[in-house]
Design a protein around this ligand. Structure first.
Ligand code: MG
Length: 248
């Protein structure tokens, strides 16, 4: 069931999303060679708590940290730890905050020092595909219009779209209906209406779209070892177009 948010609930969503967005800035600014992913996670945790919010990811299905931090061929759900970021790495941070019962969710991929032109292009295309999806998130459209906008944009660059993981509704629960795939047919799926809040999150691989899970039970990597990028915003569907709630 798709839960529509009232205007007062949307105000709480906005706060949760702002905290999430600022937490992502805190993490992103720390992405530099020599920093460990655990250091980034610790700073994110501290920031979210300082805002009287709760890290949404901490303890979610047993996840042991406040942010997912995934490097290079890791797609999503990387567990922060002692790994040291190296020059040329691309580092995806995914973070959410729970504030007064509502969740925000956002992600971005950051460059550690100089990265290859190919890696930069992958990041640019992934970020832009998110904005193509957001632009299609109009009241009266369907989820498939968002999915198709992302897919059409990405495929012209020959990159692989991860299909096993998808965007989602977000609100009191971090993952609500509907699912928002990064591929699909325009005009299909649930209709978008004002009051819906969804997280759109393309996960795009330089090679094929296939993925595998590591033995830690969390980390998702590209099956072919190619680089992967991930950008995500939480947005609200409004009668005046899509509103990005996680712009810091
Ligand atoms: Mg998400």
């Amino acid at each position: 069931m798709i839960v529509l948010k009232t205007s007062s609930e949307l105000e709480l969503m906005r706060v949760a999303c702002q905290i999430s967005a600022q937490a992502l800035v805190v993490g992103g600014e720390m992405v530099k060679p020599g920093v460990t992913t655990a250091q980034i996670d610790k700073a994110i945790h501290k920031f979210i708590k300082s805002q009287n919010a709760i890290p949404s990811f901490l303890g979610y299905n047993g996840f042991p940290a406040s942010a997912c931090i995934s490097i290079n061929d890791e797609v999503i759900h990387g567990i922060p730890g002692g790994r040291v970021i190296q020059p040329g790495d691309i580092v995806s941070i995914d973070v959410g905050a729970l504030y007064k019962g509502f969740n925000g969710d956002n992600a971005a991929t950051f460059a550690a020092g100089e990265i290859s032109p190919e890696a930069q292009r992958l990041m640019d295309v992934t970020r832009e595909s998110l904005h193509m999806g957001i632009a299609a998130a109009l009241s009266g459209n369907r989820v498939g219009d968002v999915s198709n906008a992302v897919q059409t944009y990405v495929e012209q660059y020959g990159f692989g779209i991860v299909r096993e993981f998808v965007g989602h509704g977000v609100g009191k629960d971090m993952h609500e209906a509907p699912e928002v795939p990064n591929f699909g047919k325009a005009g299909r799926g649930p209709r978008l209406t004002a009051g819906m809040t969804i997280a759109i999150e393309p996960m795009i691989n330089m090679g094929g779209g296939g993925v595998k899970m590591l033995s830690d039970g969390w980390t998702i990597k590209t099956a072919d070892g190619s680089l992967s990028a991930h950008f995500e915003h939480t947005i609200a569907i409004t009668d005046n177009g899509p509103a990005i709630l996680t712009t810091p």
